[in-house]
Ligand binder design. Structure first.
Ligand SMILES: [Zn+2]
Length: 392
């Protein structure tokens, strides 16, 4: 028995036998779609106003700007899982991908970086160092957890999968799309501003066919369901977004042009994808006070941040011991600590107090002579003059 066997798939969809999946792709029956995992909607405490909820929902699974996301490709013979099929047979599926497949994912990460954002992607070869862990389990679809959700999983768990051949023409868009989910972007065709009226039964039926074989819940979650308006960029709908699926004709009833022709995004990042990702992830020198400011023990600093803004502090401990970090005031914020290892930023810990009456707080052991970076991003702040941070 191989050691990864306990890692059952997160979504209970039928895994296709590779030869069947290959046949489906060769014959171009329909097309493969990305399927996200279902998550319960967040329930806020009474008294959290709708404006505050909107700001929290928008940023709740986003990273702080300046984050370096490390990605790792599964590479051991034991990385994979046994899958039992309905005919009683069992087959071992590896998560390890060929070099040509990995190259497509690397290139896709460069495409996001080339927009000029406050997020970097760096490949690492030890799964313990990675926030993003990528498998190529054939027949298991393409998916990623959304934004910071990926931190909820241990080092032997995939946070992203590519279940079909990425070297086919245009398939780099699948890799760009999944990385978009890791950046916290949902599906654009679920934008409530899209005004798409589905032929729902036709959609359920189309997705139930190979190669996707989705059950109704998966189709509802990934296509039919409209997102809360504050989880997407609320102003307009972008049918050319990389986060938008293509749809063949017969699935959309309205708007008319898509009913007649189907809908095919232009491919690659759209102009709006680029402007939106830059808004959410400004490069760090554009955020307040790059990293010039040092946070000193027992000295509180007024944050003076508006919604979406971020401040960054260096922390240079003078002794090796446990330190407490906390925000003060009534704001909602996320506070994250990185260690600077010779210019390489490693996520150490973080806390998110959004929607709660508590403050962001963590206690962590810091090493004298090491360099750390504290980043604080504000979701909501009704009293900017009364919100502060302190370490002690
Ligand atoms: Zn997707």
């Amino acid at each position: 028995m191989k050691e990864q066997q306990e890692n059952i798939p997160m979504r209970e969809l039928p895994v296709q036998k590779p030869n069947e999946a290959k046949k489906a792709q060769d014959r171009s029956i329909g097309r493969y779609f990305c399927a996200l995992h279902e998550r319960p909607a967040r329930v806020f405490a009474p008294g959290v106003t709708s404006g505050r909820q909107s700001l929290i929902n928008l940023l709740s699974n986003k990273w702080v700007s300046g984050t370096v996301l490390h990605y790792y490709f599964f590479d051991r013979d034991t990385d994979g899982q046994n899958v039992q099929f309905t005919d009683g047979t069992t087959e071992w599926f590896s998560w390890v991908g060929a070099e040509a497949q990995k190259e497509v994912v690397r290139a896709a990460s460069k495409i996001w970086e080339s927009v000029g954002i406050g997020i970097e992607f760096r490949e690492v070869f030890d799964r313990e160092d990675a926030e993003i862990r990528i498998g190529f389990m054939q027949g298991d679809g393409a998916w990623s957890w959304l934004g910071r959700e990926i931190l909820e999983h241990g080092p032997n768990i995939r946070t992203m999968n590519f279940g079909w051949d990425l070297t086919q023409r245009g398939e780099i868009d699948t890799a760009i799309h999944e990385i978009g989910h890791t950046l916290g972007f949902p599906h654009e065709h679920q934008n409530p501003k899209a005004g798409i009226i589905w032929d729902e039964e036709a959609v359920y039926e189309a997705l139930a066919q190979p190669p996707n074989n989705w059950d109704r819940d998966t189709t509802f979650w990934n296509i039919i369901r409209k997102l809360p308006s504050n989880e997407v960029e609320g102003t307009t709908w972008d049918p050319n977004s990389i986060m938008h699926y293509p749809f063949e004709k017969g699935l959309i009833k309205k708007p008319d042009e898509y009913a007649i022709n189907g809908l095919r995004p232009a491919g690659g990042l759209s102009a709006k994808d680029k402007s939106w990702v830059k808004t959410l992830y400004p490069t760090v020198h554009k955020t307040h006070n790059a990293v010039k400011e040092q946070l000193m023990p027992s000295q509180s600093v007024l944050l003076k941040l508006s919604a979406g803004d971020q401040r960054n502090f260096t922390v240079l401990p003078q002794e090796t011991r446990f330190y407490n970090f906390q925000t003060f005031g009534t704001s909602d914020s996320i506070m994250v600590l990185f260690e600077d290892e010779n210019g390489e930023l490693r996520y150490r810990t973080g806390d998110d107090d959004s929607g709660q009456d508590t403050n962001a707080f963590f206690k962590i052991k810091l090493i004298k002579g090491h360099k750390y970076l504290l980043r604080i991003r504000m979701y909501f702040n009704d009293r900017p003059q009364e919100t502060a941070v302190m370490m002690w």
